[in-house]
Design a protein around this ligand. Sequence first.
Ligand code: ATP
Ligand code: MG
Length: 368
Amino acid sequence: MKLNNLHLENFRNYGELFAAFDKGVNLIVGDNAQGKTNLLEAIAFLGSGRAFRTQKTAELVHFGAEFAQIEGSVFSQEREQSLRWVLFSGQRPRQLYRNGVKKKTAGEIAGVMQTVLFCPEDLTVLKGGASGRRRLADAALCQLRPNYEAALTEYSRILEQKSRILKDRYENTALLEILPEYNARLCQVGALLISYRARFFEGLGREASVYHGHFSGGKEEFSLVYRTVSTVEDPFAPVSQLEDNLKAHLESHYRAELESGQCLTGPHKDDFDVFLSDLPVKAFGSQGQTRTATISLKLAQRQLMKKEAGQTPILLLDDVLSELDPARQDFVLNQITDGQVFITCCEPGRFTELGTTIEIKQGNIIKN
Ligand code: ATP
Ligand code: MG
């Protein structure tokens, strides 16, 4: 899949922008705070309806403007397609159009334009807290499986309501009567999440171990273990069994949740561990090992999407190449010779040889 051109109106620091892109490597250069990452954010949003830096749509609208537009023409599924989003600064719901036809949800454009983002924060994801790893997995899974995105949205909604019930339990004791209903629904939807995640992590681990094997010259063995609620013995079990497992766990935590006033347990706490030759990266990985393992994970995500969708997703490298040593830079660049790539950097250096350069200054493209 290739993004041929993009039209932005009042998106972040852009007033109006028309850009045409190369089908290979696009190098986005410019000083700090000129709009390089904003451009990648717009590209990622166009295909997914998700912004990687915020959950608040209004933040994407240019300060003081009422609405923003992101419009692009994509070659995908063997034809030219257009996508257009209109985002509002107020309460009005966002609008989505595919080939001029209005769509209700991002799920209806799933597979049209997939992106994989790789940024410097990813380099610490294996060492940091579980929420970063969940975000990484969710961003990939939501693009791969529209039903997963729907389930995740539903789960978050129920969880938020349950949190409110637990918070107000003393002021309004009648709320406790409806708590079991929420718990039952959480188990139902949570079981679906676990089922999707088990399959995703299996594929991701398999692909990543190939890349890591290449880079380490076969010296280190990469493996990935999915961690979920302790009563789930087999995350590949039928969804009804997972639901029972979750119920058992919630029941055993019922008192503790009431006492603490918090949702203590469930797939919203899921995590995964990466091991190199049986040692967990989180505790024992050197900086170099951790970086290589992360690169392998990102390349694996791209490969998995490519296999599933039959087309290579668009790769967005935000300031990450300049963070890597030459050997790791070459490794990434050699693995991504197919497909479209957007690379942002302040000092292009040797990267200018890779493809077309687009210079950004204060939300405008500078013509060379
Ligand atoms: P760096 O090299 O430091 O990463 P960058 O070119 O990637 O810089 P961006 O992250 O794209 O910079 O941000 C550019 C500017 O956009 C920031 O100064 C920010 O204040 C501004 N900005 C963000 N959101 C909005 C908005 N809604 N309206 C107007 N400006 C915004
Ligand atoms: Mg940036």
